[in-house]
Write a protein that binds this ligand. Structure first.
Ligand SMILES: *Cc1c(COP(=O)(O)O)cnc(C)c1O
Length: 357
């Protein structure tokens, strides 16, 4: 069988290393966030790799994702990070997944669908500033009083979310204070607020569970912690063609790159159809070949990119190329694409073969 043109190598040992770092750094129970196909890494494979790690929860975005890992045989409890639709709730109860509750209506609906012999645990979501879901702090205690009276559901935890833990320290500190005041004396098993940036840069005696996503995959939202982590995904391709093109020749669509000198140009078998962002075009992005950085030339096309290998005389067709990984961080590619690492990782398309090691 011929090898894939573009593939993503996923390292379980890097994943384990990052989890160990999370545990040593935060000393709290861990909900591994596996939404969006485990940030593009493959939700079943990552869930199975973490299954024996004694995690408090796997956090997913939707019932579809919860169903996928349940069908893969996962026993770790599953938490639904966002609100559910009415039509999804019977399946939630059926499987004993833990929903996050933002309104009395949701709580009452779950209570109707559950029963005395199948009591379902739920978490309360508090909106301390994210503006995406949850009860406002002023409404919390009344809501909890009412939900506590519903016989078929049981509040197991309470959580909130940080919108700018990697951007706005003053606001985030106020959020921690609001959250801590709200959860004071609440008798729940799990109290949780921090995503990756929150658990890296803030601490709280009031919480006992953290919800890391990005950093589990080896990318730090805060640059100073990057050295503590190992990128789990390496996106790779191969050189498919090498030619020397003369000064004045144009490269790629729109011809906005015109060679200033005779240039050895390598064509590589990956493009935006694989999720390598087209937005990096003409913005100084590089790839890694034979231990050296090589500049991308012109626009990223759907299936191919061109790079300058003039400084790599030994480079030949078939050479492996790292598009991002340990040598070129996905954060660097994201920055060149005017976006964030989360979006680049989750944008790696299905045609990219994932290989696990
Ligand atoms: C996505 C998400 C996380 C994980 O965020 P990272 O920044 O990737 O660590 C945590 N909590 C909630 C509610 C989320 O939606």
């Amino acid at each position: 069988m011929s090898p894939p043109r573009a593939w993503a190598e996923i390292s379980f040992s890097a994943l384990k290393h990052n989890l160990d770092f999370i545990r040593s750094h935060s000393n709290q129970a861990v909900m591994a966030v596996l939404k969006a196909g485990a940030y593009g890494h493959g939700i079943e494979q990552i869930a199975l790799a973490l299954e024996s790690e004694n995690l408090a929860y796997f956090g997913v975005a939707s019932v579809i994702e919860a169903r996928k890992i349940t069908q893969a045989g996962i026993q770790t409890p599953i938490y639904l990070l966002g609100p559910t639709f009415h039509e999804e709730r019977a399946e939630v109860i059926e499987n004993g997944w833990t929903p996050s509750i933002s309104s009395l209506e949701e709580a009452e609906d779950f209570n109707r669908l559950a029963s005395a012999s199948k009591i379902n645990v739920v978490h309360i979501t508090l909106d301390t500033g994210m503006g995406r879901g949850g009860f406002l702090p002023a409404a919390l205690d009344t809501a909890i009083d009412k939900i506590t009276q519903l016989p078929n559901i049981k509040i197991e935890g309470i959580g909130s979310h940080l919108p700018s833990a990697d951007e706005d320290r003053a606001f985030t500190l106020r959020q921690f204070a609001t959250f801590e005041a709200a959860v004071k004396d609440k008798p729940f098993k799990y109290i949780h607020l921090s995503n990756s940036a929150g658990l890296l840069d803030y601490s709280s005696d009031s919480t006992n569970l953290v919800r890391p996503g990005l950093m589990l995959y080896g990318i730090s939202p805060i640059a100073s912690y990057q050295q503590m982590l190992q990128p789990v995904m390496t996106l790779k391709s191969r050189v498919s063609l090498i030619r020397t093109l003369p000064a004045g020749h144009g490269i790629s669509y729109g011809r906005d790159a015109i060679l200033k000198k005779d240039t050895r140009v390598a064509t590589i078998g990956a493009g935006y159809g694989d999720g390598y962002p087209r937005a990096i075009s003409n913005n100084g992005a590089e790839v890694f070949i034979r231990n050296q950085r090589c500049p991308v030339l012109g626009r990223v096309t759907m299936d191919q990119i061109m790079v300058d290998v003039s400084d790599l005389p030994l480079c030949e067709s078939g050479d492996e190329v790292e598009l991002f990984g340990s040598n070129i961080l996905v954060s660097e590619i994201a920055e060149k694409a005017h976006t964030i690492a989360w979006e680049v990782l989750t944008g790696i398309t299905p045609r990219v073969t994932r290989t696990y090691q």
